[in-house]
Structure formats: C-alpha cells, structure tokens
Write a new protein. Sequence first.
Length: 268
Amino acid sequence: MIPDYHMHTTLCGHATGTTVEYVETAARLGIREIGFTDHSPMRQPFDDWRMAWEDFPRYLEMVETARKRGTELGVTVRLGLECDYLPGHEDWLKELSAAAEFDYLIGSVHYLDDDLVVDHPEHLSRLQEQPAAEVWTRYWNLYARAIRTELFDIMAHPDLPKKFGHVPEGDLRPYFQESIDTLSRAGSCIEINTAGLRKPIAEMYPSAAFLTSAHEAGIPLTIGSDAHAPDEVGADFDRALDLARRCGYTEVLTFEKRRPQPLTLPTS
Ligand code: ZN
Ligand code: FE
Ligand code: FE
Ligand code: ZN
C-alpha cells in the first residue's frame, strides 16, 4: 500500500482518536508510511479549526508517540503540517517551518481574501451567493500565489471549492492552468486527496482533468486521505491509485526532512 501523507489530530478541534490509533489502522491496512499534517497554528488565536501555537509542542509529542508505535508495527511516521496560505503571512510560515524538523509541509488555500472559507459548511450560503466562476477565479489566483512562495513541498486538495458542488460550467482548465504552470516552474508536488469522496461532490480532489494536465507538466504526486478519524486512514486508496494511473502517474514522492524520494506505484 502507498503512503498516506495527509491526516489530522485532535489538536485542531475537529478530529478524533489518538495518533497511535491512526498508525494502528495504517499497519492493519498494510500501509508502511504515513504523515501527520494537522492544521497549522497561527501566531495569534485565529479561528476554531486549527491547533493553538501553545499546543505545538504537544503536537510534536503526539507525532513522536505515533512514531514509536510505528517502529513496533513497521510503519514509518513522518512529521508534517497543513499550512494555510494567507497573503501577508509568509514570514510566519517561514518561522513555523523552522520550529521543528519537518519531513514536509503541505500548503492549502481554504481562505479567500474576504475571509470566506471555501470548504466550511458554515460559510456555504455566503459561498453560494457568489457566482461559481468568481469563486474559482479568486481561489486559483491564491493557489498560484501560494505555490509561488515555494514555502510548501506539497500543495493540498487542488480543486477544493468544488466540495459542495459550486462548480462553473464548461471546461475548467482555464481556471487552473496558471497553477499548473506555476507548479511546474516551482517544482512542487500536488496531492490526490480522497476526502472529496466523503463530501457532497463525492469526487476526489483534484479532477482527472487537473491530474492529467499535472502529469503532462511533470508535476510529482503524493496521496492523502485527509483522515480526521483513525478509520479514515488509507480511505479509498484503491480509487486514488486507479485515478493516478489513469492520468499517467507511475510513481509518488515520499519526503524525509524535506528531501523527496520517488516510490514506484504498484502496477495493478
Ligand atoms: Zn480539518
Ligand atoms: Fe485542507
Ligand atoms: Fe487536511
Ligand atoms: Zn484538508
């Protein structure tokens, strides 16, 4: 089984289970490598769905505990973080990236510039008041901007604004082409995130169209469940593997201390 590079902990306030239970699920499924990537703290209290900066040492301890259990079970445990990209917060993200010996950092765009959270159920009515084309344009602009900072090893759930089905009509490639070009210049990686299958859109992030363009542009890949509960580790990885292969991918990347290493995908 391929590594699961995206999962959360209780410190963000909307996940369940101990980090040890996440490792134990991985071991049970035959997954030999996982990475914790909880929602990044901000310098000041910010919203109610991320770890507090005061809890950051606790996060490191929880991942360390998981690592010890992983050693017993033959599962390598990586230390990551899912960092929210917000324009103007680059200095904080740099500081944060030096606060521990991370294996990798995931960059995410959840916030649009008017504090609209594109994937938050409580923001859904605000989201739907705006034309999908406008939301998508604003989202992808920020996404390309996040990539350009080169602060992140992996970019998360590329077409996240589709979560509730708020998707423009027609060919979507013009919305994300700039991000593809920017990813290829920056040499960053993207993920297939299976959490979309558990949401109203019932589709993985990103779409096959995005992934095909990404593969053609030589952009590397990781796969993540975005587990917020132990039983979501490795969720729908058979479908993710299938999508990756269908779009031309034959390998994923793994990261140790921010150095990438390719891993060949199983052939069937
Ligand atoms: Zn979350
Ligand atoms: Fe996210
Ligand atoms: Fe996540
Ligand atoms: Zn996520």
